[in-house]
Each structure stands twice: as C-alpha cells, then as structure tokens.
Design a protein around this ligand. Sequence first.
Ligand code: 6PG
Length: 246
Amino acid sequence: MPREIKVVSDNAALNRVAAQEFQNAAQSAIADHGRFSVALSGGNTPRNIYSLLAQEYKSSLPWNKIHIFFGDERSVPPDHPDSNFRMANDALLSHVVIPPENVHRIRAELDPEAAAKDYESQLREFFRPANDAWPRFDLIMLGLGEDGHTASLFPGSTALVDTSRWVTSTWVQRMKTYRITLTYPVLNHAAEVEFLVSGAGKAQVLRDVLQPQEGMAFPAQRVKPENGRLLWLVDQDAANLIRVET
Ligand code: 6PG
C-alpha cells in the first residue's frame, strides 16, 4: 500500500484530523473484530490530540472496546514527568471511562530488560498469535524526532537490529538513558501506522526522511507496514521543505 502524506494547515488542524483518524480506525476495527488495539506515541506532539479525544470523543467512542498500548516508554516510573504513560493518562486516560484492564502499560519502573519482557508477555497474552506470527495492531501512532528516530528506535541503538523480539530495551547514548520500544517487525505488521509531525523544527528531518538525499538513512524510514496503511499526517510548518504530489 503506498504511503499517504496528508498536509494540514497547522497544529490545531493536525490535532483535529488525528482525533478523527483515531475514531475512524476504532470504528472500523470494532466493526471488523470487536475491539480496537492502538499503540500511543509519546513525546509532546500527540498530547493535544489525546486531550481532544478526551474532550470531544469521550462519549462517542466505545472505550470498553478500546485497548490502549504504548509504542515505547522511558525507563522511569509511571508517575515520573518523563513517562509517556503519565502524559497519556493526564491528557486522556484519566478522563474517559475505560476499563483498567484495557490499558496495557509498559512497566518501566522495572529494570529495562525486565520491562521489555513483561510488556512482550502482555502483548502475547492479548494478541495470542498463531504459532510465530507477529501481532497486528489496528493503529500505531508514531512521532518523528529531529534525528530521524521514531518510538525509541534511535540512530545507532541496538533496538534497530532487534528483529526477533516484539519488544526490546535499548541504551540511548544521546540521552544517556534506557528506553523500552516496540521493534520494527511489530510496527511493520500493523494495519495502520500514522506518523504525526508538527512544527518548523521538523521540516528538515521530514524532508530527509521522506525525500532522502543519496545515502541518507534514518530509523523512521524503515517503518513500512507490509500489509497496512502508512499515513504521514503533517502540518504546513513541518511540510515546508517537501514537495507533495497533489
Ligand atoms: C518518545 C516518543 C518519541 C517521539 C519523538 C517526537 O518517547 O519521546 O516515542 O519517538 O515521538 O521524539 O517527539 P515530539 O513529539 O516531542 O517532537
């Protein structure tokens, strides 16, 4: 399936379109197989999308059929200011009626490797794949870092080459910290992957990732769902340096 690049006017429009996309994906997944599995992105970009979902989709979405996962997590407890879970919980999860068992947190208070193993066993319990099949998330939301990382697949990290596990832990030299992240095979088996990119600060890396110069390689470029939709949802400030075929 070819990648889609959707350019919207500004950050507020990106939040609105992303929230609508979340609802669309949820409704089609639930109609198809009775539940919606979504991995949330961390970082700052999605925060206001989650708030919008809490404000405007609180009663229109069947939260009891929605299962929330995380694409990655920092190696901190859930109440730490850096925690992706805490951000999503403050912006969304604490404002909607979602059964606690539907929120599948990366237990990053454990040591990184134990957290990765624990999260993978949570995923296996939920997806119960036949034989050695990969899990198929209905939607994985991702951000894009200025160094071309996504989730916690950072340039030069061991996570980039761990393609046998569903979840891996990795030391991130630039940040001097461990991270826990879904691996490329899991991202690339999703039914839909949606990158959310906003702001002029991302214009250069977005151009480099979408229209790479010779020999350029960034982790985000290796996210290519084998049998799924790849949507780049970007605002005009981030899209300033790319040519989008209309
Ligand atoms: C994280 C995210 C990470 C993020 C990018 C973009 O844990 O931080 O998973 O991949 O999406 O770094 O972050 P911003 O949205 O804050 O620019």
